[in-house]
Design a protein around this ligand. Structure first.
Ligand code: ATP
Ligand code: MG
Length: 468
């Protein structure tokens, strides 16, 4: 793989660089970038110089999903996600020297914010804040020592990656020189340590890239998963509770792009509506995929109709079937291929195995339930980690417990629910739900989430044809 900074020395009209100092000369980024060479460097802000003291983030991804011909597609998506996510932060460039990305920040103060953003990019396996170092062995050893000294361990290793072949020392030389220096320093301080090449507790990483050398020993786990928007579209039924927001997170982590559908009670007192909770959750989730739609469906009239025309014990299950049907209509509109809910096996009466199967029979699309095998405690821990816990903890008017049956059915069958719906005009209830819906759109740009004013989904006269 080639590097723009290296190639620049061969480009006519650009100042030729002395080989020894070429890769870290303070060359204005604009000079480098205007040559149009290579695809592995991207400017994110106005021309800046490579600054030796500016921090650098080394971003790693898992190799598993890179097998075969999809490599370019996935890496392209991850690269786009890095760029989009870091918008508004001074970044000199993003490089891709082989199996990782290197983000050169333009300002020391940007590290904290950049890390916050990195933590919400699916597909990032782990990352490190690296020390930029002058291109000589002495400086390298000193930086490696500064990284390693505060850490407690017994076995360590040094691993070098030499993607800039102009550096005069081989990988082996770098690893053994730095390793020996570290070992001597540690032993001189009375520390009982040894070099352990297999399964070391601590690894000091050295990256020989054009520009400053990079040293780091602490890898920070990212969120893992697959890069955003790589797995296709799905529609998530987003209540105001804890579970469905966490379910959404799990699917986005696997690269799904979600639209959200929220059903709200129209009879709520002012200030009690669940709409602001659903909006708050969508806002918190949108950074994982950059854009999202939230369909807001008034549901109380539909619930009243179910209460009027169906047996009491299966009400909640019929609410859920109607929710799935209406969500499916929006899914078709967005060309989504599956639905997502936050059900967890046996959590409440409507989530027994039989009830889940009986509810699903109303849907034509697959219904994915990423939380099906998780406990509430695990769900709450994730909600806290991703920042939806506080929002879901706010009091709001939940439409589902309205007209709660005294004795909910625990073991419904699809046939029983079909029969319970016999006196309902399903098609017109779906149309009613879809027509009454409003749409709020969210976008995550420059580190901020912007939302549009809720608008009608379609002009009333078109909604039936397009949605039903
Ligand atoms: P919690 O159980 O933490 O209160 P929840 O989101 O799981 O929250 P449940 O009552 O368990 O709520 O509902 C099961 C699933 O049904 C939800 O995860 C969600 O996918 C869907 N759902 C329930 N109510 C609504 C709603 N008002 N709008 C959209 N989807 C809903
Ligand atoms: Mg639940």
């Amino acid at each position: 793989m080639s590097y723009r900074i290296f190639r620049v020395s061969c480009v006519p009209g650009v100042r030729a660089l002395d080989k020894a100092e070429s890769a870290y000369s303070p060359l204005p980024a604009a000079d480098i970038l205007s040559t149009g060479y290579g695809r592995d460097v991207t400017p994110l802000c106005e021309s800046q110089e490579i600054n030796m003291s500016n921090p650098v983030l080394v971003v790693h991804y898992h190799e598993l999903w890179l097998k075969g011909g999809n490599r370019r597609f996935f890496l392209g998506k991850l690269f786009t996600a890095l760029r989009q996510s870091l918008q508004g932060i001074p970044v000199e460039r993003i490089e891709q020297p082989g199996d990782r990305f290197i983000v050169r920040l333009g300002d020391r103060a940007a590290v904290e914010e950049a890390i916050k953003r990195l933590e919400r990019i699916p597909g990032v396996a782990y990352y490190a804040v690296a020390r930029p170092v002058e291109r000589n062995m002495e400086a390298l050893c000193a930086a490696a020592w500064a990284e390693i000294e505060p850490l407690r361990f017994q076995g360590f290793a040094v691993r070098a990656k030499r993607s800039d072949k102009t550096f005069p020392h081989s990988t082996m030389e770098i690893e053994s020189t730095v390793g020996r220096t570290l070992l001597e320093n540690l032993r001189a301080r009375g520390r009982e340590v040894r070099v352990r090449l297999k399964d070391p507790e601590v690894t000091c990483h050295v990256e020989i890239t054009p520009g400053p050398l990079l040293v780091y020993a602490q890898k920070i786990p990212g969120m893992g998963g697959l890069p955003p928007n790589t797995a296709g579209r799905m529609t998530c039924l987003l209540s105001g509770g804890y579970d469905s927001a966490v379910a959404a997170y799990h699917m986005m982590k696997r690269g799904a792009h979600l639209s959200f559908v929220h059903f709200y009670g129209t009879g709520a007192q002012p200030g009690e509506s669940s709409l602001h909770i659903a909006s708050g959750l969508a806002r918190t989730l949108v950074p994982y995929q950059f854009r999202a739609k939230l369909y807001r469906v008034p549901f109380e009239a539909i619930q009243r109709e179910i209460v009027r025309a169906a047996p009491e014990g299966v009400r909640i299950l019929l609410y859920r079937r109607m929710m799935l049907r209406i969500a499916e209509a929006f899914a078709r509109r967005d060309r989504a291929l599956a639905l997502v809910t936050g059900d967890s096996l046996g959590q409440v009466a409507s989530q027994t195995l039989r009830n889940l199967v009986a509810v699903d029979a109303a849907a034509r699309m697959p219904v994915f339930r990423p939380l099906i095998g998780t406990d509430k405690m695990e769900i709450l821990a994730t909600a806290k980690k991703i920042g939806t816990y506080e929002i879901s903890s706010e009091p709001f008017h939940d439409c589902c417990p309205v007209f709660m049956p005294r004795q909910p059915e625990l073991y419904a069958s699809p046939r029983e629910l079909d029969e319970a719906e016999a006196n309902l005009d399903i098609a017109s209830l779906v149309t009613q739900g879809a027509r009454g819906a409003t749409l709020e759109k969210f976008a995550f740009t420059g580190g901020r989430v912007e939302a549009t004013e809720p608008e009608s989904v379609l002009p009333a006269d078109q909604s039936h044809a397009a949605i039903a």
